[in-house]
Ligand binder design. Structure first.
Ligand code: MV4
Length: 470
């Protein structure tokens, strides 16, 4: 094992990685910007190095400063968390050149999966199912229009350098294609410095089901089951659960095998997520592969009882995977809610300010593992406009889905936050919709229930909420 790890991130994920490192006896180095000098992640680590001012490009995205911090503290490895430098192939290469272990996949896998068209071509060869579409090199209007007409409408134009919903256009008919293509290419060029696009048949109201995979440096690859992340708002996930509601065992096996085939096709190493979209009839297609540990990894940890950060650290040091596929099992149901500082009544505008109050619900003495709260902020901290507005991830586990949902609802009711607006009320309303309760979920659920989810709370409920804060 390496003896010192630099954590190139902030907030809850930096705290999360530090907790596992501490448990394994690895010393930790935090990095921080001007605003984070006294933050939770700095206190969670043994040492800390200041990077620079607050915009991430001057601090958490400065690979050169982060490598200098690793050198000056003697850290042998860097865990990038998620976001920031976690999927940056150039940074992975710079780490290798500096003789520091990057706790993540090899640069070639980051590059291969970062290009969504190249990733899809790889998957075709590996026999992983793809949405009918065009992922080739032709990029002129006439060729793309011909490919689009052959695929049929409605179709989607996606930036090959995009992902997570950025740089996407739905085209309803052939006559609209040229205008949407031009607008998508402009946005792709401006956002990613790359105007390349791919075309796909548009699938209405799909489910987002992703499979957690792990691979080691010795050619072994396994999956740790799936997560259903369909409940989202404008591509921001709101609720994530495992296993996916209503998934038959046979399809779980097929998706798991497809995800492992995807990982093997790129020679993947480390933790990864293979994202599929699934139709209501169960048909599923490869969407993209995320080459990092994801925000929602705790639901997988809850059902498998495994520590994914520990696996990442073991794999990064050249150890073989701790378990074979037949030794990985799933128990019960887990669900995570992302509690964010935002104002649903103001179009989900980030709600910045001081977190005057933060009181977490108590875990049960009898079922301590039924509730987990991952947070990187404390009472009195500022919620700044610079970074994402997530205050906490609340993860509940139960013997089955109804028990997990009930425990999450109860935990959210007991989570008291003052000083900023949050989406807690919205999440609890989603949990109470009959569609969600029955597991009839898709990516349009929040949109479809917009009116009921956004209606002002009754005077009585408001009064209770206010009383609870006093
Ligand atoms: C799609 C789709 C429908 N048809 N592709 C959005 C994020 C990116 N990872 C994939 N996305 C989609 N791709 C085809 N061919 C609908 C979505 C989509 C979506 C996917 C997952 C989670 C939420 C979503 C919300 C809107 C659209």
């Amino acid at each position: 094992m390496f003896t010192k790890l630099l954590i190139a991130n902030r907030g809850e994920i930096a705290c999360r990685v530090a907790a596992t490192a501490r448990r394994l006896g690895i010393r930790t180095v935090a990095v921080y910007d001007d605003a984070d000098a006294h933050s939770a992640h700095v206190q969670a680590c043994d040492e800390a190095i200041h990077l620079g001012p607050s915009p991430a490009r001057d601090s958490y995205l400065r690979g050169d400063l982060i490598l200098a911090a690793a050198r000056s503290t003697g850290a042998q490895a860097i865990h990038p968390g998620y976001g920031f430098l976690s999927e940056n192939a150039d940074f992975a290469i710079a780490c290798a050149q500096a003789g520091v272990t990057f706790v993540g996949p090899p640069a070639y896998a980051l590059a291969a999966m970062g290009d969504k068209a190249a990733a899809k071509r790889l998957m075709t060869d590996a026999g992983v199912p793809l949405v009918p579409g065009y992922h080739g090199p032709d990029q002129d209007l006439a060729s793309l229009q011909a490919h689009a007409d052959a695929i049929g409408y409605p179709l989607l134009i996606k930036a090959t350098a995009g992902g997570g919903g950025k740089g996407m256009r739905v085209v309803e008919c052939a006559a609209d294609f040229a205008a949407h293509l031009a607008s998508c290419q402009r946005e792709a060029q401006a956002s990613f410095g790359n105007a390349q696009v791919l075309l796909e048949r548009y699938l209405p109201a799909p489910r987002h089901i992703e499979v957690q995979i792990f691979a080691d440096q010795h050619g072994h690859a396994v999956h740790l089951f799936e997560r259903d992340c369909s409940v989202q708002r404008r591509h921001q996930k709101v609720l994530e659960e495992a296993p996916a509601p209503g998934m038959p065992e046979e399809r779980r096996r097929q998706m798991g095998e497809a995800a492992v085939a995807a990982a093997k096709a790129v020679g993947y190493v480390g933790a990864g997520t293979v994202e599929f979209i699934a139709m209501q009839d169960g048909t599923f297609y490869f969407m993209e592969m995320n080459t990092r540990l994801q925000v929602e990894h705790p639901v997988t940890e809850a059902i498998t009882g495994l520590d994914l950060v520990e696996w990442q650290l073991r794999v990064a040091q050249g150890q073989t995977l701790p378990l074979r596929q037949d030794q990985i099992t799933s128990q019960g149901h887990a669900i995570e809610a992302r509690v964010c500082a935002e104002n649903p009544r103001l179009g989900f505008l980030p709600s910045t300010g001081t977190l005057h109050g933060l009181r977490e619900p108590q875990a049960s003495h009898f079922e301590p593992s039924a509730l987990r709260i991952d947070s990187g902020v404390r009472q009195g901290d500022a919620i700044s406009p610079y970074y994402d507005a997530m205050i906490a991830k609340v993860i509940a586990h139960g013997k089955d889905r109804p028990e997990a949902l009930q425990r999450l609802d109860q935990a959210l009711q007991g989570l008291q936050i003052a000083g900023v607006h949050t989406n807690i009320d919205l999440i609890r309303r989603v949990l109470h919709t009959p569609a969600f309760q029955q597991g009839r979920i898709d990516t349009h659920l929040i949109e479809q229930h917009q009116a009921a989810l956004m209606a002002p709370a009754s005077a009585e409920a408001e009064a209770l909420a206010v009383a609870a804060l006093m």
